[in-house]
Design a protein around this ligand. Structure first.
Ligand SMILES: *Cc1c(COP(=O)(O)O)cnc(C)c1O
Length: 388
């Protein structure tokens, strides 16, 4: 039998990392020792106190039943407490916080609640692919806001044409940023709030990397900007902060109408995150945060090895203030794809071509700091031998 996939799937590119996985396996099959700086998945285990908390919670039959759709009240209260302690942002747990099965799930479902077919959504380019994909799956039309180095990889709000601004229903921002590792300050967030108010836009902020700041840098939340809660929803996650990508636990917080709309969609589609995982999530958010401090230091050391190595090779790259990525300009006259292929086939080093995150990412590659610093030094050595 021949079954045709739905039209909407034809509008989506193959998921970026699936394609990179395929290429990596091809090279690995030839016996090459691969150093994988491709996918942004923490290599370290979840801290033991969080695992213990899960084991204990999983032993309680009360956690074995369907969870509440919007999440456990205790987890939502814990998220509100964390936002208060960390950002000084007040949230009402019952109406302004919901649990997600990882933040990707929430970001993917959000447009179904607010985007009608044909509605425009301003999405950054380069970007986490889900913003564009979820817009398309909801029948919306993504309009790219290029992130350029001369603007510190922030969207140039003044460059958005008036008609587009008026027609757009939502804008997505993501700082600290994947893939550029750029950060935004409260001044930028205040501009976004003003822009959203002027044109009646929903602001979708993705703050997954807020805790991955180096030296003294601690990223703000979009919701710290005055008036942000009137226009915005922020997605966050325990994935990166506590090495919990496999656990699938995140949250959406902010404007009650926006949170409520997402909650309505989710109640029709999924049945919530495992209560035992949410209970362990409470432990993660409320216990001593020294595990996060150690993680920051670890990524910082890896960053320093990689950035110094790349700079020595004459590549244009800045040490990032946050995230576990390094965004590096490729040598002149070479495309992102060519450069990535060269590193993979000749040095066994996996990186991600910048254009895979959107057209404006051409000319860059992204390295993830997800191998230890000895292995990172080995990667740098191999690149040095290549003579870029
Ligand atoms: C990793 C990541 C997330 C978190 O995804 P989860 O579904 O919570 O694991 C969200 N946004 C960006 C930009 C990311 O890179």
């Amino acid at each position: 039998m021949e079954f045709e996939r739905a039209e909407r799937l034809r509008l989506l590119p193959p998921y970026l990392f699936k394609e990179i996985d395929r290429l990596r396996e091809e090279v690995r099959a030839k016996g090459v020792d691969i150093i994988d700086l491709g996918v942004g998945d923490p290599d370290q285990p979840t801290p033991p106190h969080i695992i213990q908390s899960l084991c204990q919670a999983a032993g309680d039959p009360a956690t074995h039943r369907y969870p509440a759709y919007s999440g456990m009240n205790r987890f939502r209260a814990s998220v509100a407490g964390w936002y208060q302690r960390r950002f000084g942002v007040e949230l009402e747990a019952a109406s302004e916080v919901i649990t997600l099965i990882g933040s990707k799930e929430g970001i993917a479902h959000f447009p179904l609640a607010f985007i009608n077919p044909g509605d425009k959504v301003l999405v950054p380019s380069p970007a986490y692919p889900v913003y564009r994909a979820s817009t398309v799956l909801a029948g919306g039309v993504p309009v790219e806001m290029p992130l350029r180095r001369e603007n510190g990889f922030l969207p140039d709000l003044g460059a958005i044409d008036l008609d587009t601004a008026r027609q757009a229903k939502a804008m997505v921002i993501n700082y600290p940023n994947n893939p550029t590792a750029a950060v935004a300050d409260l001044g930028f967030y205040a501009e976004v709030v003003a822009f959203a108010r002027e044109y009646g836009l929903i602001v979708v902020s993705d703050a997954a990397y807020s805790e991955m700041g180096f030296e003294d840098y601690r990223a703000p939340s979009f919701l710290q900007a005055p008036g942000a809660k009137e226009v915005g929803i922020e997605f966050h996650s325990l994935s990166k902060t506590y090495n919990m990508t496999g656990w699938r636990l995140g949250m959406a917080v902010g404007n009650a109408t926006l949170v409520g709309g997402l909650s309505q969609v989710k109640s029709q589609i999924d049945s919530g995150a495992f209560d035992a995982v949410q209970l362990a999530g409470i432990t993660a958010l409320e216990a001593d945060q020294s595990c996060v401090e150690e993680l920051r230091l670890m990524y910082q050391q890896r960053r320093d090895v990689l950035v110094a190595g790349l700079q020595k090779l004459g590549l244009e790259v800045e040490p990032p203030k946050a995230t576990f990525y390094v965004w590096c300009a490729v040598p002149p006259g070479v495309s992102s794809a060519e450069f990535t292929m060269k590193l993979l086939s000749q040095a066994g080093v996996v990186s991600t071509p910048g254009n895979g995150f959107g057209a404006a990412g051409e000319g860059y590659v992204r390295f993830a700091l997800t191998v230890d610093k000895e292995r990172m030094a080995e990667a740098v050595e191999r690149l040095a031998k290549l003579g870029l």
